[in-house]
Each structure stands twice: as C-alpha cells, then as structure tokens.
Design a protein around this ligand. Structure first.
Ligand code: FRU
Length: 726
C-alpha cells in the first residue's frame, strides 16, 4: 500500500469533479489576432511592435498556432530579449490552456502565471538544442486551487543564444485541459522515498518537480525510453517539510494522467528502480568537487579566507537547472575539500541580477562598515542591469556589500553602485589589497578584449589607473603577484582573463606594464572563469585558484555544473620563459583511502597492469616513459588519456596539450571524479581539465602502451573517499 493515498485521493477527486461538472464556456484571454498587443504591455525588443503573422525572417517554419497571429519573440532573431505582460484577470475556470513552442530554457524562455506577485505556474517550449521544431503545442495549467484569485500572464524571453525565443498563442480559461497538463499539489514529506513511473516515450514534455520553500529540490524530465521506468528519489533529508509537487504530462486519450497517478511516498524503493537519488550521492554527482545542492552554477565568486574558513560564493540560479536569475550562492569549508552550502548571500535587486565578483577582508576597516568583534568581509560584484524585470533600463555597474558575521548575512551598501557604467557589459570586479601603496586595486573587464585597473582608499570610491588589453580574452579578470621559482626578490604580476590566458608584467601600484602577450594556460575544454583566493594567511602563502568546469553535462541530476578542484599557482622558469604552473592543493592527500605504488613498471602492448583495480575516484601520479611505444597512457572508465610520443602531444577526450618529455619522461598527475578528470602534466605546466559522462557500470582503469614497449618509472594510484557525509 503506498503511503501517498491522500495525495492520490485528492488527484482522483479532482479528476472526477472535473468530469462530473458540466463544462462552462471557455473564456478567451488573448488570441493575438490584432495588429497590436492591445492592453498587454511589452518591455525590450523581443516581442516586436505587435503579434507576429506566423514565421519571422530567418526562422524555421512556425506551425500549430491558431488563426493568423501569435506571440513570437524571434523579432530581430534570438539575440533580443523582453517581456510581454497581460492585464490582470480573475481565475474563473479549472484550467488555463494555451499553445506554446520555441525554447526550453526554464525562467528564460517561458510563459508564467503570476498570482499575488509570485510565479505560480510556468511552462517553456520543447527545444534546448539545435534542430527541433517551431511547432506550438497545447499546454494547460490546472488552476483549481487558485479559483477567484487575480492573476497576470507574463511571457518572458531572457535568452539570447540558440532557441532564445518563445512562441505563444490562444490563451484561454477552460474547464477542460488540452495538451500537456500540469498539476500542482502540496505534499507533507513523512517518508524516505518518493517514487513515480515515467511512461514509455514520454519525452521531455513529462516532468516532475518537487519544490520546498519555493525552491526546486528535485527535478526529472521524461526520456524517450521504450518502456515505462520507475524513478525513486531519496527525500529523507526533506522529512518534515511541506513540498510542492508539480507534474506535467500529456494525458492519455481517456484523460488518464499515468505519471501524476503513479506518484507515491513510501518507506521502500519501488520495483524496477532506475535511480535512487540520494542527495550528493547521485550517479553523476562529483564526490570531491563542489557542486550546488540543486540547480545551475557557473563562475566561482568572492573567494576569500577568513579565520579558518574558505568561502566559496558561486553564480547560482535558485530557480532553475539552467543559467538565469543570477544570485550569489554560498558554501564554506575548513579544508577546501568538505563544503557546506549556506543561505544565498546576494539576491537580485533593482540594479540587476548578481553577476560575478570578488571578496576581501577589510582588515583596516577602510570602508567603515565594521560593527563588532569580527572583521568585515566586503564583496565587490556586478549588478547586471537589464537582466531582470525590476532592473530594465539599468546598465551594468559595480557594487559592494558587507558582512560582519563571518559571511553569514550580507548588507548591500546603500549608495551602490560604487563604480558606474564605463563600457558595454563591464563586469566581474576582482579586488586585491596592494600593501606597498596601501590601497585597494580592482581588475575589471570592460568590453571586447579590454580590461582595466582601478584603485580606491576605501572600496567606495574608485579611480582608473590604466587599461589592460588582453587580445583573445574577455570576462572574469584576476590580478596577483607571484615569486619566480620561489624567489621572493624576483616576482611577476599575473593579469588573468576568463579563458585562462594571462599576461606577466610589473606593477607599481599605478600602472601594469606587461612583459608578455597573453599566454595560454588551459588546454582542457571545461575550465573557465577561474578566480584565486584573497587573504590566504602569509604563513600559508599559497595562491589557490578554483575554476568553473564550464559545460559539463549531468543528465537527470538535480544540479547542473561543478567547480574544479582547488589548485595552487606558482611561477617557474621554462625553456619558453617564465610560466604558470598548476597543482592540486595538498589537502587531497587526506582523502586517500588506499594507495598502491610501483617502480620501473614495464608496459607491454596488450597488457594492463591495473586490471585488478576498479573504482570511480582516483588520484594518480605517474612518470611515464614512452620509450619505443607510439602511444602510452591511461584509460579511465573508457576515457583515454594518451601520450602520442611522435607528435609529442597529450590527448584526452577533453583537449590536447603539447607536452615535452623531460629526460624521456612525462610527469602526469590526474584527479578523477565521477564526471570530471583534471590532468596536470609536466609538473603542472600543462593543465587539461575536462568533464566526462562515464557509463556508471564501467569502473575500469587501465595503463597501456601501443606500438612498442613503454614503462612507468614511478606510479602511485590512490583511491579517494567521497567528501560528502554518508
Ligand atoms: C562568465 C560570466 C561573467 C558574468 C557571469 C554571469 O562565465 O559571463 O562574465 O559575470 O558569467 O553569470
């Protein structure tokens, strides 16, 4: 007997009531047949001057709409953004039904129902990748529990990339649902497991989402499977909370909703289980890398160390699995390994959503924000004007916020912005303390390939120092000084950009004098917007960096994207000149569960000395000697990390690097997590970070040589423990 009888009873009762009542006439909300939007209000450009008459220039053929006109936000292409909002109306029927097509970007290309100022229902088109179709299909929201409320409909286009538009037509109130039907119900979570059965061939029009306190904590979209499949979520951590369950699906011909009707809460995992979704233990969840509990993340922000805690703020979408609603998420760690996610730190406001930035400890209380015993942490961030409905018409500006309680709560400065708009989408301030001149210095991305430095006595007033051109690079600067080969009397300043290109030079507190063109640091496909820690104590002295492993894929996961493993940056002399070196922080050694070592290991073609090992999490250190082999390397769960001796190239599924042997040897350090591999080659000179999606059943590890004999002068293979609590 399933525990969810109460919920099922309610759903069944609703279905019966719907069938039994004589259906009243439909009420048309809008058919978009006129030349203008009438009483509907637009912002931005995407919706054009009025409803479109079908397909727009440059668009695939739009079909499935009614009559001649429809809402089509492809006006001037995908690049335009805007909103279209209805006048208020009263909810008087069981369903709101409409035709929808275009992009599937939650929160970005969507139609929303707002009641009491809150989004209570939302829907997108079906497309999130190239190809697809511009057909509109029926979608219905079950709005029975909102009967009598005043509502508005808002159609949103905030996306500018592929499928960055939405099409809508013929919105009505009706007692009958048409097409995909979305049901919302509340659920008291008092059991460990929530199970449901996704019908065969459901596709991504079948979706189940569980939200607590307005936040989606679990989400699944149907796949195109041949057979129906059960999914069980572990919801034990949510016990005691009231959740909102949203189920959308295309009902069967007889009106049955097999997905919604299959939902049950219970103490056991259901029949033919395909996923047990235990938080932080999910199939593709990184086990020693940071990823947000749920939803989207991109850049690391505000990396600062204060009194025993490493703070990691991060670009987060609290409401969706894709980019949007930029808010600063927050996590802390005492060892750079085990992270605890805290409340969000910075929320969007009328100046914009919260884009990337940095944080510092204001040791001397230069800003005058300090109120108690704790030193003040100051965050310096970009308010991205125009990226939220409340900030339309605002430019991108730089703002500050402070915390006097160890980063637990944040107050924005009441005279923000502290640095007004300068150019384009200027953003991503990275602030450092320049001790010799006793001032704050900000590196800022301006526009195109232009960056600049600014200075301030108090973090509140800024003046420009100089421009820093970074050909081939944009976004997310960093700026720091490092000794060369560990010699404190011989230092260089590093000016770093979003794609990991950096210039070395001198800095006197006023001008950065570059000595090199932008140099390449990164050879892996998933490594972007890295930032280094502020305020690492001098006794430690490390320059610690965290990157965003941009672009990984995590199908079916409640989160999207992960950070790279924290790495230490140093400068070393090479035959090419002074270059950056990257190595994982030493703290990783504490995660080693079991270590095996070999010396002078011969590698013959066809043999795998590691065939007895299997697992998912590894820290591997090898001194590979290609000798006569054409190729030698590792195969990790199917991913080949291969050194091509003739081409002198290290190849991985996520990028290649021109690695030179030293004394006939290639030093390879590799960190392997469930969905990522980071390769530090040549003592950290060449960095290849990439994401992969191994077959969960493949736990193999191989060391191999091809086309001749090779060897491993030294090899250490350590199995790692997960950093998430059992
Ligand atoms: C880099 C970036 C930044 C911006 C942020 C927005 O990935 O585009 O320039 O501040 O992401 O999320």
């Amino acid at each position: 007997m399933h525990h969810l009888s109460a919920l099922r009873y309610v759903l069944a009762a609703i279905a019966l009531a719907g069938a039994a009542l004589a259906a009243r006439d439909d009420i048309l909300i809008a058919d978009f047949e006129g030349a203008t939007y009438g009483a509907w209000k637009t912002t931005g450009e995407a919706f054009g001057p009025g409803p479109a008459r079908g397909t727009l220039p440059g668009q695939m053929e739009v079909t499935g709409f009614e009559g001649k006109g429809l809402v089509n936000s492809f006006h001037k292409g995908d690049g335009t953004v805007g909103t279209l909002t209805s006048p208020p109306f009263r909810i008087e029927r069981h369903f709101i039904t409409f035709l929808v097509g275009g992009g599937m970007h939650a929160g970005e290309t969507c139609i929303n129902l707002l009641a009491g100022g809150k989004v209570v229902r939302t829907a997108t088109g079906p497309n999130d990748r190239p190809g697809g179709s511009e057909r509109l299909d029926w979608h219905s929201w079950d709005v029975r529990e909102l009967a009598g409320s005043e509502a508005v409909i808002e159609i949103v286009d905030r996306a500018t990339g592929g499928w960055g538009h939405i099409n809508v037509d013929h919105i009505m109130q009706s007692d009958r649902g048409s097409g995909v039907v979305e049901r919302v119900s509340t659920l008291a979570i008092d059991r460990d497991y929530l199970s449901f059965c996704v019908p065969a061939h459901a596709g991504n029009r079948a979706q189940v989402a569980l939200a607590v306190g307005g936040r989606v904590v679990r989400h699944a979209a149907g796949a195109d499977r041949e057979t129906a499949s059960w999914i069980t979520w572990d919801v034990s951590r949510l016990k005691g909370s009231r959740a909102e369950l949203r189920v959308s699906e295309l009902p069967a011909a007889d009106g049955a909703c097999p997905l919604a009707d299959s939902v049950s809460l219970g103490s056991e995992v259901k029949g033919a289980l395909i996923v047990v979704d235990k938080l932080y233990r999910e199939t593709y969840r990184p086990q020693f890398h940071f990823s947000p509990r749920t939803n989207w993340t991109n850049d690391p922000n505000g990396l600062v160390y204060y009194d025993g805690e490493y703070h990691l703020f991060f670009q987060h979408n609290p409401f969706g699995i894709d980019w949007g609603n930029m808010t600063w998420g927050h996590a802390i760690s005492t060892d750079l390994l085990h992270w605890t996610q805290l409340e969000h730190a910075l929320h969007p406001d009328k100046l914009g959503t919260m884009f990337s930035g940095s944080a510092v400890v204001d040791h001397g209380d230069t800003a005058g924000f300090r109120t108690g015993a704790e030193k003040t942490l100051v965050a310096i961030y970009t308010a991205a004007g125009g990226t939220s409905p409340e900030s339309q018409g605002q430019p991108f500006t730089q703002c500050i916020a402070c915390s006097n309680d160890r980063g637990r709560t944040w107050t924005k400065y009441d005279r923000n912005p502290v640095l007004g708009h300068i150019a384009g989408g200027n953003r991503d301030p990275k602030v450092i303390r320049h001790a010799p001149t006793a001032q704050w210095v900000m590196a800022l991305y301006l526009d195109g390939e232009d960056f600049a430095l600014f200075s301030s006595p108090d973090l509140k007033t800024w003046k420009k120092l100089c421009d820093v051109p970074m050909p081939g690079t944009s976004e997310c600067p960093d700026f720091f000084e490092l000794p060369v080969d560990g010699d404190a009397r011989n230092t260089r300043w590093v000016f770093w950009g979003g794609n990991g290109n950096y210039r070395l030079g001198a800095f006197d507190g006023r001008r950065f004098l570059p000595e090199t063109p932008p140099l390449r640091s990164r050879y892996g496909a998933n490594d972007y917007a890295a930032q280094t820690y502020s305020d690492i104590p001098a006794s430690d002295g490390r320059r610690i960096q965290i990157t965003w492993m941009q672009g990984g894929r995590y199908p079916g996961m409640p989160f999207n994207q992960q950070m790279g493993f924290p790495r230490v940056l140093t400068l070393g002399t090479t035959p090419d000149g002074v270059r950056l070196f990257f190595n994982p922080v030493g703290e990783i050694e504490t995660l080693r569960a079991e270590t095996r070592t070999w010396r002078a290991l011969a590698l013959a073609p066809g043999a795998n000395p590691l065939s007895a090992l299997e697992g998912e999490l590894w820290d591997i250190d090898a001194l590979l000697e290609p000798k006569d082999a054409a190729e030698a390397g590792f195969v990790v769960r199917g991913a080949r990390i291969a050194y091509d001796a003739k081409a002198r190239e290290l190849r991985t599924p996520g990028g290649s690097a021109p690695v030179r042997p030293e004394g006939g040897r290639i030093a390879l350090r590799m960190l392997v997590d469930r969905s990522s591999i980071e390769v530090f080659a040549g003592g950290g000179r060449w960095l290849i970070c990439f994401c992969f999606l191994p077959d969960p059943a493949d736990r193999s590890l191989a060391l191999y040589a091809e086309g001749g004999e090779a060897a491993c002068a030294a090899l250490r293979v350590s199995a790692l423990r997960s950093t998430w609590p059992e």
